[in-house]
Design a protein around this ligand. Structure first.
Ligand code: ATP
Ligand code: MG
Length: 334
């Protein structure tokens, strides 16, 4: 089986983009791939965070993943800081990656905004930690949303350079393939059709959270930014209308249909008709997940046990690879 690694940050506000762009794919891969799914708490501290909340958010995200159908019997589910490889390999790979490569990363530019003094060094080196996450398990494929494509290319560049410099030109680290697939690979903000839906967007109205109830979902969808025109009857008519396109995409992803199908049904209708239909569909889809989430969240002991067992299994894969890596760069091993 192909080994896959994928991560998600416990930064709160888990949203429909994470669900449709990542989690739904993870659930579907559990039988066909050897899966490592990681709550990446080390990535979560690259932005200002509240230490009193991080552990709770780590458990919450774990509960949300379980509620969505991740099965710790079939996949390895764990949190990043519990496996020492991630930090250790990051250092070694930091000395392989080049400053110029990191300078080109758009996520860093977007997240730091204009505040270079306020951005952490960790935010800048984030993609190297991500490369360690993947290469440290010799994962062959990485299911991600569109936004992570550039980081994955960097991970491949780091693997190539490491293989050349220290791997004797062999595939010491296999080159990880991005798996950008599933119902929606880039869900956009409800407030701005040109920005992706994000946990870190300060506006709660920009996203449908996985824990929103039916009323909240309906309110957000009805308030979502749109133009005043009716929906076109074919996808070509969505060109230049990013907000309309996004809502149609979301509907299609939730319904398991194509944009064309959705427009066949709603073409000619205004948002006064389409938005309530979308809100209802989103609420219907998330309701069972939310209900399971609330139950699972209450049992901290069970969540901690699942994460602990997952971390032990992950470490059993990572530790020997890290050992080999240390030898490859020439560290004295007793
Ligand atoms: P943050 O704003 O804190 O970076 P995020 O919403 O980008 O949060 P991440 O934890 O960084 O979430 O990413 C988890 C997974 O969800 C990744 O695979 C990422 O590609 C995917 N993802 C994130 N946002 C979207 C989106 N809007 N559409 C589709 N996939 C997404
Ligand atoms: Mg992100």
């Amino acid at each position: 089986k192909t080994r896959v690694f994928s991560g998600i940050q416990p930064t709160g506000n888990l949203h429909l983009g994470n669900y449709l762009g990542a989690i739904v794919n993870w659930v579907a891969m559990q039988d066909t791939h050897e899966c490592l799914f990681c709550v990446v708490d080390m990535h979560a501290i690259t932005m200002r965070h509240d230490p009193k909340q991080l552990a709770a958010q780590t458990r919450e995200l774990t509960a949300a993943l379980l509620a969505s159908g991740i099965d710790p019997q079939r996949a390895i589910l764990f949190h990043q800081s519990a496996v020492p490889m991630h930090a250790q390999l990051t250092w070694i790979l930091s000395c392989v990656a080049r400053v110029g490569w990191l300078d080109r990363m758009t996520q860093y530019k977007d997240k730091k905004g204009k505040d270079r003094e306020g951005a952490s060094v960790g935010l800048y080196t984030y993609p190297i930690l991500m490369a360690a996450d993947i290469l440290g398990y010799r994962a062959q494929a990485v299911p991600v949303g569109e936004d992570q494509k550039q980081h994955l290319e960097l991970a491949r560049d780091i693997a190539i350079r490491f293989n050349q410099d220290f791997g004797g030109g062999e595939d010491f680290f296999p080159l990880p393939e991005p798996l950008i697939q599933g119902p929606a690979t880039r869900v956009m903000s409800l407030r701005d059709g040109t920005a992706k839906m994000s946990k870190s967007d300060p506006s709660d109205m920009s996203r449908i959270a996985m824990t929103d109830d039916a009323d909240a979902i309906m309110r957000k969808v009805k308030k979502a930014k749109t133009d005043a025109d009716a929906l076109p009857s074919e996808p070509a008519g969505l060109a230049g209308r990013p907000e309309a396109k996004n809502l149609v995409n979301i509907y299609a992803a939730l319904a398991g249909k194509t944009d064309a199908d959705v427009l066949k049904e709603f073409g000619g209708q205004g948002f006064g008709v389409f938005k309530p239909a979308l809100g209802e569909l989103a609420a219907e889809t998330l309701a069972p997940v939310t209900a399971r989430f609330r139950e699972l969240k209450a049992d901290k002991g069970a969540l901690d046990r699942i994460l602990r067992e997952g971390a032990a299994r992950a470490d059993a894969i990572a530790a020997p690879i890290l050992e080999e890596t240390k030898r490859a760069v020439g560290f004295l091993r007793g």
